[in-house]
Design a protein around this ligand. Sequence first.
Ligand code: NAD
Length: 335
Amino acid sequence: MKIALIGCGFFARNQMHAWAQIDGVELVALCDMDSARLTDAARDFGVTRTYTDAAAMFAEGGFDVVDIATTVHSHRPLVEMAARAGVHVICQKPFALNMADARAMVQAVEATGKTLMIHENFRWQSAIRAAIDALRSGAIGTPFFGRVSFRSGYDVFAGQPYLAEGKRFIIEDLGIHVLDIARALFGDVDRITATTRRINPSINGEDVATMLLAHQGGVTSVVDCSYATQRSPETFPESLLEIDGTEGTLRLDAGYRLTVNGTARDVSPPVLDWAERPWHNIQESVLLIQQHFVDCLRAGREPETSGRDNLQTFGLVEAAYLSATEARTVAMAEI
Ligand code: NAD
């Protein structure tokens, strides 16, 4: 399976390391508008075909999959180029700038019969996966309450300075992952109520969000995120879980400690040889989601976080901002 990757920035290096580790896959071409970044990545990952213009890369072809690792503004034009080229697509989150673009992107790829997966990797973190597996096995009966919580004071702006600039911040960048974990655990959502705050005065967007979700299957969940929480010890980038079911409880506590019905076990992720703490949890999930994509293509299955599936997660982001702005509960049917 031949892969081309667009956008050789901060996060894409994880994706390149993961491709190098997956059997039967070869990274054959790289593209970035920034020629210095492009040259560095090509040297570090031994890729000889390089482009500063994505259209030129698609015109030459010679790959089965394009992995789009750029920031959101370029997602729609690049996904549409990929659809015209008739290749499978992985696109980083956030999927799009708005729902209309996201729907158009799903349609463009579906019309070609190829697969579109959103790189929505948090549900692939191995600790989260252990919780999902326990819940789906019925270990605590039928869940009725959940809390998915991400609270941190980690300086994300150092590696990703663009995060301080946008009018939207934590729901769009981080909350999107935490909302997707809630969907993976409790299913799709009927309605959502959200509040937001900006605590850090030197950024433009909100850095605290608290969301209440009514899931279609009857679970009520709280999804809370903060980058303004001075916590000791710091838990970045762990998502913590509290789930109550008719037959028991599940907790995923700080330090990757999973407790199901009173029995605790360590579900710490491995530190892959190219990974570094504290990012190793996220880095492992990149390998796992990319392996899932390859497995799905080989088996002719739809990936869990396909473009169509991700319309629901992205819709929750839009609904949460609408709820916070208008101070009301938003039904997903409105989005
Ligand atoms: P970045 O700015 O460091 O890198 C983006 C790169 O894309 C830059 O080098 C830029 O020159 C290039 N680029 C942009 N438009 C292009 C185009 N049209 N053609 C060619 N190259 C283009 O950004 P980043 O921090 O690596 O983030 C990239 C994406 O990854 C964002 O959407 C972000 O939300 C996402 N991200 C995801 C996770 C995760 O866990 N899934 C973590 C961090 C970032």
